[in-house]
Every structure is written in C-alpha cells, then in structure tokens.
Design a protein around this ligand. Sequence first.
Ligand code: DGJ
Length: 728
Amino acid sequence: MIHYDSRTDVFHLSNELVSYGFFLYRGLYPVHLYWGDRLSSIIPEHLYTPLIRSFSAYMGKDDFEFSLDFLPREFACFGHPDLRIPALEVLYPDGSSISNLTYKGHKILEGKPELQGLPATYVEKKEEASTLCLILRDDVWGLQVELLYTIYAKRRVITRSARYINRGKEPFYLKRALSMSIDFKESDFDGIHLPGSWGRERMIERSSLSQGLQVVESRRGASSHQHNPFFALADKDATEDYGRVFGFSLVYSGNFAACTEVDQYSNTRFTMGINPLDFSWRLSPGETFQTPEVVMVYSPEGLGDMSRTFHTLYRQRLCRGTYRDKERPVLLNNWEATYFDFDESSLLEIAEQASKVGVELFVLDDGWFGRRNDDGSSLGDWYVNQDKLPGGLAKLADSVKEKGLRFGLWFEPEMVSPDSDLYRKHPDWCIHVPHRARYESRRQLVLDIGRQEVREYIMSRMIRILDEVPVSYIKWDMNRHITESGSAGLPADRQRETSHRYMLGLYAMLEELTSRYPDILFESCSGGGGRFDPGLLYYMPQVWTSDNSDAVSRLKIQYGTSLVYPLITMGAHVSAVPNHQVGRWTPLTTRGHVAMSGNLGYELDLSQCSSRELACIQEQIAFYKKVRPLVQFGDFYRLCNPFEDNQAAWMMVSPDKKETLVFWCQMMAQANAAVRKIRLKGLDPSCQYCDELQNISYAGDELLNYGLLIPPVHKDFISRIWHFRAVS
Ligand code: DGJ
C-alpha cells in the first residue's frame, strides 16, 4: 500500500479507495501533491507547478522558484521562508526558534506501530495496514522529526502522528509540537466543526473559509464540551451524500488545536495536535516526544460516508476489550432519580422495578462514599458511606444481583474536594501554582495525576473496592476543567508540561485498570459529554453523551455527535418529565425512541412510575433488545437534519441490508402542515421490506427513490419508528 519511487522521489500511499501522495522537492523537502480518490500514479509535474512569487524569500542564490513560503508542504515549520501557521516551533539553546527539516531517510513497515503511552487506532493483523516513517532532520541542534503515516486497507483512512527526537547534545524546548500539517492547493471549502457547551454538546457549525486563520481549540485541560477534537473541510456544495469531505479527528482528550489557514494564494493549510497554548516540553538529548494521532478520513460521497468511515474504524479498531463487539446492557442509573438522597432500601426499590421491566444493569451514581450528601465534599475519600449503605457496597451489589441485575458504580477519580481527608493530608496533590489562589469549580480541585504517587494512591483505593465488590460497570466522571495549571512535582522549566503529563497519567491509569479488570464495562463522562473524544474511547467504549437528557435537545446533540462517533458509543437515557435540564414535557414514547438511538438506559425513579408507564417502559426495553444489534453494530444514515429543519430522522441498516430501523421526530406541530416524505438510504433496491410494527410491505427501490410518507401530526415532540425486515 506504500510505494516509494526513487526516480521521482514520490511517496504514494494507496489502497483500492484512496491515494495520498507527496514528493521530495529537490530531494529534501516533502511537498504535498494529492489526497483523494485512488489514482493509478502520482506524477509531480502534473500535480505541482513551479512558481515565482514576489515578496517571498528564496533559498538559493537567485533561485526564485525555491521558497518554502509557497510550497504545499507535508510538514510545516516556521521561519525559514515559510511564514504560514506551523506545526512545529522549538526554542533552541541560543534563543532561536527556526527549524529547517530536510529528508534523511524513510522506513516502510507492515501493520501499525503502537504509540507509546497514547491511545491510537490499531490493527489486529499486519495485512490490515502499512506504515511509512519519514525521517526529517535539522542538523544545527540535532532535532529529528519522524512523521508516521498509516494507510488502512479497504478503508478511506490515513492516520498521522509525529515523533520529535533530540539527537543533539543539549536540551531544547518544544513550544509547538503538533501531530501533522497538510497543504491543499485550494480554499473553496466549508469548515465544519462541533462547538457547544454543557448540556448542548456538539452542535454542528459550518461556514466558508476566508483568508486568515481559524482555530478550533480547547484550553480547558479536557477535550471539552465547548469544542470537539474534530474538523472537516468540505466542498462548498458537499451534502450528506455528495461531494468531497476531508475529516480530521484527534485521538486525544486534553487541550488541542485545529488550525486552518487560507493564505494569500488561496491555499489552505490545516494543522492539528496538542494545543501550543500553555504547552512546552523539555527534550533532553536522546529523548523522544510522541504526539497524539490524527485520523484523517476522505469521503467522496459527502458527510454521511465520512461518518460511516469514522464509525466503523472507531468501533472496530479504536475501541478495545471484551465489550468492543458485545451488545451493551440496558441500564438504570439512579442520578436523576435520587441525586444524593438515597439509602439502601430506596435504591433496592428502584432496582426491583428495574428488573421487572427488563433492565440489565443497575448503576449507583455519585454520593455513595465519604460524607458526600451534596457536591461539597469527599472526592478522593473512596470509602463507602456507612450511613447510607450500612452493609457496604458488596451487600448492596449482592442484593442487586439477586434481583437479576448486574451492578455498576460511579467514580470521579481525577478530583479532590477541599473538604476531604485526602486534601487535608496532601494539599499539594492538586494541580495548583504556588502563591496563587486555588479557585474551585463545583467545589472541587483537580488531582495532579501526572504524578506517580497521586495515581498510585487513587488506583489503590479503586482496586480495593473493585476486588471486594462485584462491579461489572464503571462510570468514570470528571466534573471540573483545569485552571491554575501547575505541578508541585515539576521544576520551573517543566511547569508547562503539566497538562500533557496529566493526560499521560490518566491514560496510564486507564490502561492499568482496563487490563486488570477486562470484564468491566467502562463508560466515560465529564459533566455529560465534556470528554467525548477518541482518546477516551480507546479505554472506555461508551460515553454519557450529555447531562441534558431532554429528548428534543438530544435530537441535535446525538445528531451532531454522530458526525464522528458511532451510536454504540453514545449513552442515551429516558428521564422523567418535566425534564430536569430544560423543563420540557415530552411523551414517553418519544423519550424511548430517542434513547433507543444509542445505548438505551433509564434515569428516573421507576418506583414512582404508574403501571401504564412501567408497561410502556417494559415494551420499549423488549423492543430495544430485539433491534439492539442493528442499533449498536449497523450502518448509520442521517435523513433529516434537526439543525436545519423542524424534524429529525435517521436510520440504522444491518451490514447485510436485510433489516433497518427508521426513526423520525417532529419538534413543533404546525397548522395545516405539509405531508413529509423521507427517502431512505443504504437499502437493497431489489429487496421487499416489511415493516414489522405496522405489517406493511414496501419495495426497497420505492423506499430509496420515493420514501415514506408522514401525514401531519398535530402534536409537539411526536416521534415514530419503523422496523423493516427483508422478506424477499
Ligand atoms: C455529572 C454527570 O454527568 C452526571 O451524570 C452525574 O454522574 C453527576 N456528575 C454526579 O455528580
């Protein structure tokens, strides 16, 4: 899949679907030539025109064509003629920061190497991918940069990352150490990204690029609610099913930056990686710094195809462990049912009802430890609260098991409450800066898990509990962003390493726990979906999508999330009405339908539900169990966009196209409304499909070309589903 032509100095990465190519300009500088549908050959003379540009410094005496300032580069560093946004900036011992990286060699490997200490996509067999390691060096201070490119077979996926190595004699500081850069010789793109906020995560934004720099970033110590480590460049006329889209997704859970710069000549440079703001890394002789990976997806068929490519890759070759290919349990979480106000008997009452309606897993959320009766104390004191649970967790878990349910438990391991025994004993274990205030958020501070002793303590407490209590699920929460970033464990010149060391510490803890307890299902959470990123999916194959459990809000949240992440990763719960976050009343059927478009769960007090509600919930769960493989492992197609319309619709199709579940929801009812028609996608036109819920048959070609008719419904927040099976 990777071919190097020594005659033309061209590197061509290709499979039957895509090509990616660059060549060595003057045998020295990697120059980008092509990324898109497969080409049989890459010929530099056809894909690159030598130019002379005024006002650009050139690199040989009167050699006006030779300037990095306008070459489409494969990896950009600053200063030596190129004045566009760089991927790299180093502070060298003489105070300079110019690097001149030139080609020194390359290696082509079968398969895909692991990235040390970092999550990344992987292969199970070497034949699944090939990797190019392109070696560049700056001889002045001995900086070596190794660019890693992996191309997967049979997928439109290329991954990139960089390794920075000090081959010199003196330490220097990486100030900006991004994972990749790429230059497109065009700028007629829309940029698409997923901004948001708590309770409003991953809202889709699309706008056209213009000359200058656009940055999508997190500076919050977490990938964040506010932005997601994803950016796409799409043809201006690209739609859900048409046009070129180039998607970039960073496998990282901390501060990140995705920078898009359109230059004076209408070229577009895109770079992505760890946010350079508040970052610096001292690299001593012989040391290596590995950057996180960027997963790059090319789609010639619009956003839908881009999403499905991300979905299958992330489901099959990012998520790991026992649960990667297993159906996920229907759970009941007590958070919105009780908040902190529970005891053993109230929990067991809910569990009793849960088991009757078909729930499979009971999750005990926040409030079971220390003296935690509100959010003001006890994070870090991972000892059971004997007042609430006098028999301890093991007794509660056993009673839950006796009711036929598995037992799950909430932790927030990365945090400490100032009002906790842990903080009183180790006030320097939190992230802080001497002589500066430690401002609280949700009355808590962040533990400095970049430090080994801090990690070891927290891990020892968790392991103690997990060895004693039959826990089969963990909700791993994180409810505060990092401010006053600094570490008591680092010298002054390494303080700016704190945030990345925090991430490495978090990944190390998760690696240890998930290998030690391979049968525990982990769900990550950060005030809902504040860390819905590929980095955490590597360890925890599902995420609590948002603290906003309102079905109507969830239409946009889940639709936006699906741009990158598969449904099997999205926790979606039915909660009580009026909804606790927005106060809206929605029908129980709509709440069920929306939550079924993910990992179905319930988050309400079932012991307070009427018998009619319980019967409806029981039916929902029974139906969900029937369609669960389709939802969790099927192909996902978006049909109507709730960001542009008063309705949302989507569908899941089984890989053999024999079964599909279609979902539609109307937001506000309208007087004298039009009849709606939704055209289905992904089906076999030659099959006959029967809707098992209404017992009506349709031809596949009719569903694809004409669609389903939906007469006006005079009710707000009404939803419908269709469950089709091929009958011939
Ligand atoms: C924030 C989470 O998103 C909620 O689901 C819940 O677990 C609370 N934390 C508990 O404090």
